[in-house]
Design a protein around this ligand. Structure first.
Ligand SMILES: Cc1ncc(COP(=O)(O)O)c(C=O)c1O
Length: 381
């Protein structure tokens, strides 16, 4: 039987209800949302609105129209970054950011003279929030933090950072790609102004879904303009939410699936999901340690990470480990570089890359045991 341990890339499997409701929608409803007044169209509208509501419930937010859908978190981050930053603004980011944050910023550094400061962290990816205060300048517009590293899983002190951002009147944008659906997030309590999320990872939805939750009145320029289904004769893009940022036909079938994924999480309870994944992550840290010549990166304690563990086996290149795990043992993991070059520098794998396992809600101890046994065998070859 195949074992999937690449949930940090995308979650698999999805709950049956996600597929069932998408199929039902495609077969029986199939209409666009926000563009007509017939029954199926109104039902599509309702389903999209339900998804906004389910997300509000998960993240403790109360303005469903401020939940803007995108196609993935990369688009959400590009929207927030490009929509907010103006010539000469200063941005503070973590040292663990994904390329979906750093690449848009590098473009703006060239085109708009944006200044970027990175908050240092130690080799375990632990950040001291006080270091942020020291980096604040008069022109600091935005603080961007990944909630948890996609390379070593380290959870960042989002609550403390949110406090600092609010105290200094700086906008706070959180990349929740590795935490939404896996770890509790409270938009209000953490003073998050902009929460970017992706639908296909721990939120258990399909690819092609994501969004940005806007909890501020900051001026944000839209990335695109076009049809919104309303105010058709108005020559400009409507200024109200969510239409301002949702030009073009929505991925309704994807949103239906995402809605069911989020509903599934809400029914179980995010704390129970976290508890289950934390137990499994602790178990993985304990068993992997026993593999000869293994180097595990990041914190060795599951309360400091989400279910993302990176490692190398001395003497075997990481791509060979991934290849053998797949070919011989039918185990799927991610190897190489994980779109966050600074994180690789911090853990010392900038030249070698590493093997990454992404533990998901549906993994079991037996998956971890089989992985460990396979790696023990591999390390002896
Ligand atoms: C921390 C982080 N940010 C952003 C992304 C980009 O996600 P997506 O490809 O869904 O846009 C990922 C996914 O790999 C991630 O782990």
């Amino acid at each position: 039987m195949a074992i999937y341990l690449d949930n940090a890339a995308t979650s698999y499997p999805k709950p049956d209800i996600v597929m069932d409701k998408m199929y039902y929608f495609m077969k029986n409803i199939g209409a666009t949302a926000g563009r007509g007044a017939y029954k199926s169209e109104i039902e599509s509208d309702r389903l999209v609105y339900n998804c906004r509501n389910n997300l509000c419930k998960l993240f403790n937010f109360d303005r469903p129209s401020n939940v803007v859908f995108t196609y993935n978190i990369t688009e959400s981050l590009n929207l927030a970054i490009n929509g907010i930053l103006k010539n000469g603004d200063h941005v503070i980011i973590s040292s663990l950011e994904h390329n979906s944050v750093t690449r848009p910023l590098k473009i703006l550094e060239k085109t708009k003279n944006i200044q970027i400061s990175k908050v240092p962290c130690n080799t375990y990816g632990l950040t001291n929030p006080n270091d942020i205060e020291n980096l604040i300048r008069t022109n600091t517009k935005l603080i961007i933090f990944t909630h948890a590293s996609n390379v070593i899983g380290t959870i960042q002190p989002i609550k403390q950072i949110g406090k600092i951002a609010r105290k200094n009147n700086i906008l706070f944008l959180v990349d929740s790609a590795q935490t939404a659906g896996a770890y509790p997030i409270d938009i209000k309590e953490y003073n998050i102004d902009l929460l970017a999320f992706t639908g296909h990872k721990s939120l258990l939805g399909p690819t092609g879904t994501g969004g940005l939750i806007i909890n501020c009145d900051a001026e944000i320029k839209a990335l695109k303009a076009g049809g919104t289904g309303v105010d058709s004769k108005y020559p400009y893009q409507p200024e109200y939410l969510p239409n301002k940022f949702e030009s073009g036909t929505l991925n309704v079938v994807g949103i239906v699936g995402l809605s069911e994924g989020v509903n599934y999480i809400n029914n179980i309870g995010i704390s129970s999901i976290r508890e289950k994944e934390q137990i499994l992550t602790e178990y993985a840290l304990k068993t992997l340690k026993e593999i000869p010549n293994i180097i595990i990166y990041g914190p060795k304690s599951a309360d400091k990470i989400v279910g993302v563990i990176s490692f190398n086996i001395e003497g075997i290149p990481c791509d060979e480990v991934g290849f053998q795990l797949d070919k011989t043992y039918n185990i799927m993991v991610r190897v190489g570089f994980h779109c966050a070059p600074t994180a690789h520098r911090i853990i010392g794998t900038y030249n070698t890359g590493c093997v990454r396992i992404g533990i998901g809600y549906f993994n079991t101890k037996s998956d971890i045991d089989i992985l460990t046994e396979s790696l023990v065998e591999l390390s002896k070859t």
